[in-house]
Each structure stands twice: as structure tokens, then as C-alpha cells.
Write a protein that binds this ligand. Structure first.
Ligand SMILES: [Zn+2]
Length: 76
């Protein structure tokens, strides 16, 4: 298992257009918010990010977001 450095990924949130973002290993594993990296309680499922393998396949990773970033549409 390779060490995970900040990685450029394609993020497909549950709503809204895909975004290209950079994530840490902890964000990739869903341990912290995919947007801000916080460890707040109540992390919620927030779509998938996709990494590219050396052979060109896309690997999906389920990611989480804190309440502030999971509800982007509802946020004022
Ligand atoms: Zn957040």
C-alpha cells in the first residue's frame, strides 16, 4: 500500500457539478471532511472522489463532509 500524499482527484458530490480538488489521505479515506479537513462530529456521506490508477482506471472512494460542507445548497 503506497503512502498517500495530497492527491488531485475528481470529486462528484451528491449534488452539483464534479470538481477537481486536492485531498489528503485522511480525506480520501473519509476520516475527515473532504472540503476543510475538519474532524467535526457528524461527518456525512458526501459523494465520491475518483483517483486514476497508472493503468488509467478510475477508483471510487466514498468520502465524508462536515455538516457545514455537506449541506452546501442549504447553507446561506
Ligand atoms: Zn468541512
Amino acid at each position: 500500500m503506497a503512502t498517500l500524499h495530497p492527491t488531485l482527484v475528481d470529486w462528484e458530490p451528491p449534488s452539483g457539478p464534479p470538481e477537481r480538488i486536492e485531498v489528503s489521505g485522511e480525506q480520501l479515506y473519509g476520516r475527515v471532511c473532504v472540503r476543510c479537513g475538519s474532524h467535526l462530529d457528524g461527518l456525512m456521506d458526501c459523494g465520491y472522489v475518483y483517483t486514476a490508477t497508472s493503468s488509467g482506471d478510475r477508483l471510487p472512494w466514498p468520502v465524508k463532509a462536515c455538516p457545514h460542507h455537506a449541506g452546501q445548497e442549504a447553507a446561506a
